[in-house]
Every structure is written in C-alpha cells, then in structure tokens.
Write a protein that binds this ligand. Structure first.
Ligand code: ATP
Ligand code: MG
Length: 475
C-alpha cells in the first residue's frame, strides 16, 4: 500500500529543496493544483548531486500548467506538450533552472509499438508506479514539503540499489528501454542492480528490439558519459542486451584466447576506455569515449593464428572503422560524430609504425594532417591504448609518444616560420625596382624576409620604402 511519510522523517529532503521549487508550489496551490518535485530531482537532491534541472509532476493539465508558468517563468517551451510535459526556464540570482512539469500519467503501452501512449492519471501514486526505478519514484509535494515514497525508494537509495516499483517483468514489458536505463543509472550513480532486475533484463533482453534506435543511443551516451561506464557496459554485456544494441562489444569477449596467446580484448577495451577518461581535460568527451570503446572491434573478424603460433589482427583498424561506421549509423548518431569516431578507430594504430622515432618529417606531417582536428583526441586514444602490466614497456611507449608530440610541436613551429612570406613577392620587387629577373631579385626578397621576421608585417607602402632604401644602398 502506498504511504506518504512526512518530510520531518527525512530532514535531508527538507533542507535542500530549492526556493524556486517552493515558489512554484505556492503558485500551483493558489491555482488549486498539486505540484511535486519528482524523479531524478528528488533522487539527486538526496544524493547531494542536484544540478539545475528540476522535474515536477502535477494534476494540472498542460494548458493549465502553461497558464501558471507564462507570467512567472523567463521562457516556456511547449515541444513536449503532446506527452504532457511543459518546459520552462527560471533565472534566479545565483543560477538558471531548467524546469519540466509533467501531468500525472497512467501510461498504457502498446507493447508492440515503439512509443508509449500517454494517458493522464489522477493520483501521484499511480504516476510514481509507472516510473522506472524506486529511487526515481519518490516525490516531494510542495509547498510542504511532504515526502512521498510509496515504493521504498529512500531505503534503496541508502542501499544504493536499483529496483523497479512493480515487478521488473511488467515494468520492462511496458517499456524495454528501462533495461538500458538500469545499466545507465548503475554507471551514473555507481549503484547495484537488484538481482531480480538483472534476471529480468537477461530474460527479456530481446525485447529491446522494439525500442527506437534514438532512445537506445541516448541512454548509451549517458552511460558512456558517466563516471563508471565499465559497470554499465558490463551489465549490458552480461545480460545479453549488448548482443542486441552493440554486438561488437560482446564479440570482443568471445575473443578470449583459450591458449592465452593474446590479451583479452574485452577487458583491454574497458581499461582503454577508463584510461582515455583519465586523460580528458575539458570534461566528458563522447567522441573520445566512443573511439576508445570501439577501437578494437575489428579484431574478432581479423584474428588469424599464424603458423609460427602467433596471433595477428591484420588491418583490424580498417575493418574496425567500417564496423564503427555501420553500428553508429544504425544507432542514428550524427554524421559528423560517425566520421570522427571511425577516423580515430582507423588511425589508432598508426603510431605503432613510429618505432622508436624513425618517422621522417613528412610521415609526422601526414600523421598530423590525417588526424586534422582530431589530433588531440588521437594523442589521448593512442596513449590510453596501452594496458600492459609491464611498467617498463608502458613507460617506454609513453616516452616514445612524448617524443612524437615534441616533434609535432617542433615541426609546427617551423612550418609557421616557413609560412611567413615577405610583404612583397618577386613580381612586385621587379616592378618597384624596375629590374629584370636575376640574383638581385632573390637578394631583395631575402632582405624583405629578414625585415619581416625581425619587425613583423611592414605593410605594402612600408615594404616598398624599405626596398627602395635597400636598393639605393646597393648601388
Ligand atoms: P538525468 O536527467 O540525470 O539523466 P533522470 O532520473 O532525471 O536523470 P530522465 O530521463 O530525465 O532521468 O527522466 C526523469 C524521470 O522520469 C526519471 O527519474 C523517472 O522517474 C522518469 N522516467 C524517465 N524515463 C522513464 C521511462 N522510460 N520509464 C519510466 N520512467 C521514466
Ligand atoms: Mg532528468
């Protein structure tokens, strides 16, 4: 039986309710409606990780929500209105809040279609029951605040476990995407998924096929951008979900070599991903993370056991780039991102031709040119693609990469110098001085280049004057 406990029992919830939320609660009450902070906002408030997103639920219908919000909010969005959601922005002195207010739902799903059908509900308990996990099914009624937790979300939050409000089977039948969300929240929150939920995910993994590629991609992205992607990816692979959404990842596990003639590509990949994350400098980088995740997916297809007992994966980077493109296209990633990630996969091995620094300048230049704007990411990917336990080997590899980066920096500096031209070209010099082609033109050119390097640009007139002066001194 649903029961509402008072906020007094959860002082944490009381202390961290945003004044903006309280304000809005008073407005709704004055208009005769209920309003509650809900879902991720309540969970994150209790975990102390609330951002600027506030999610609310209400018994008011979208048109009524609009009427209350318009005079109060700084901007209002109606894009989600067909699903019962109104979006808004409220700017306060210290920060701006993104607000979403959704009318109570009692969702009826057409279990064969890809989209939930929306129908409005009358009570908050019913609304909470159709939410994905108990930790996302808590609410704080406002102004109050009254803490509403009919499904034991607070206990699960304390135990750091993901459990469904109803049975996992019926929840996942209603919306199979929730199986992906379990893996995503495990990765984001570093929570465990309850055993019966894992069992249902394993049993029902096939059902994910009715979910649209876009929804799957969005959850996969959130999982990858989280703090603990290894945990979420493992869940996807262990439950068989990865076989449906990212079979190339599961395939890496099948590549475990029973004779230990090569390293475990699956474990290697997860470690490379974590090492790439450690090298990020400006926050989570989806392109880099996808490239790390996919860099070796060409290996299963290219593995050969050579007569000498060794194992080879010839051209796995080329095959991997193709597979990357196909998978990301299927998951409806944007074209630019597909191009970038598959390019990185294709280039991830190039450095290994560098040996201990044998590349010519032109090989270094080609490396830089082929990577283009992806060069910084390629540095990170290549550096993280070393999971040997042999510390000396790892150090040597990283030193060699340092030396490549140093050569790139040196070349860049030189190229910039090389790119500098005097203010006048040979033709102008001949015109200005009225002389035919000959060694004097070359000397004049050299002189102007020296002046240019010494003083920076002289401008057309200044350069002409300097040229005449120099010429006079030559006579
Ligand atoms: P974050 O915004 O940090 O990704 P969140 O928990 O807010 O996390 P959202 O996807 O924004 O996640 O969804 C908001 C809330 O809506 C969730 O907390 C959950 O209560 C509910 N919800 C979202 N998607 C589903 C779904 N597919 N099935 C059931 N409930 C869902
Ligand atoms: Mg949210």
């Amino acid at each position: 039986m649903p029961n509402a406990s008072n906020a007094a029992q959860t002082p944490q919830a009381r202390h961290r309710i945003e004044p903006v939320a309280e304000d809005l609660g008073r407005l709704f009450r004055a208009a005769g409606f209920q309003l509650a902070l809900v879902g991720g906002s309540v969970r994150d408030t209790l975990l102390g990780r609330l951002g600027n997103d506030l999610d609310f639920t209400t018994d008011a219908r979208p048109e009524q929500v609009l009427r209350i919000l318009r005079p109060w909010a700084d901007a209002v969005w109606e894009v989600g209105i067909a699903f019962g959601t109104v979006g808004a922005r409220k700017d306060t002195e210290d920060r701006d809040f993104q607000i979403e207010i959704t009318t109570y739902r009692s969702e009826v799903y057409d279990r064969t279609s890809r989209k939930p059908e929306v129908s409005y509900g009358d009570t908050i308990e019913e609304d909470l029951l159709r939410r994905d996990f108990t930790v996302n099914a808590m609410a704080v009624a406002l102004p109050g605040p009254d803490f509403i937790d009919p499904y034991g979300g607070l206990d699960d939050l304390a135990a750091r476990v993901l459990r469904t409000p109803g049975t996992p089977e019926s929840s996942f039948s209603d919306d199979p995407l929730r199986m992906m969300r379990a893996a995503r929240f495990a990765a984001q929150l570093d929570f465990e998924v309850a055993p019966e939920v894992v069992a249902a995910m394993t049993e029902m993994a096939d059902r994910i096929s009715i979910v649209s590629a876009e929804r799957i991609r969005d959850e996969l992205n959130k999982l990858l951008l989280s703090a603990h992607p290894r945990k979420g990816l493992r869940l996807l692979v262990d439950t068989g979900l990865a076989d449906r959404v990212l079979p190339e990842l599961s395939a890496l596990r099948l590549e475990r070599d029973e004779h230990f003639r090569h390293k475990d590509v699956y474990e290697h990949t997860l470690t490379v991903l974590e090492q790439a994350i450690d090298l990020e400098t400006d926050g989570p980088d989806l392109t880099l993370r996808l490239a790390a995740l996919l860099h070796d997916i060409g290996k299963p297809r290219t593995r050969r056991f050579e007569p000498d007992g060794r194992v080879s994966f010839h051209h796995h980077e080329v095959v991997g780039a193709k597979l990357t493109k196909a998978r990301m296209t299927q998951l409806k990633y944007p074209n630019d991102q597909i191009k970038d990630v598959s390019r990185l996969v294709e280039l991830h091995l190039r450095f290994h031709g560098y040996g201990s620094g044998e590349w010519t300048d032109s090989a270094v230049r080609r490396y830089v040119r082929d990577a283009g704007p992806l060069l910084e990411r390629l540095h990170k990917l290549t550096r993280s693609d070393c999971t040997t336990r042999n510390k000396r080997k790892a150090l040597a590899l990283s030193r060699t990469y340092d030396s490549l980066e140093a050569r790139i920096a040196e070349l860049k500096e030189q190229e910039e110098l090389d790119a500098i031209r005097p203010d006048l070209d040979g033709n102008r010099i001949m015109e200005v001085l009225g002389i035919p082609p000959g060694p004097a033109v070359g000397r004049a050119y050299q002189h102007l280049l020296e002046l240019r390097l010494e003083n920076g640009p002289l401008g057309e007139e200044g350069a002409e004057a300097a040229l005449r002066e120099w010429w006079a001194a030559q006579q």
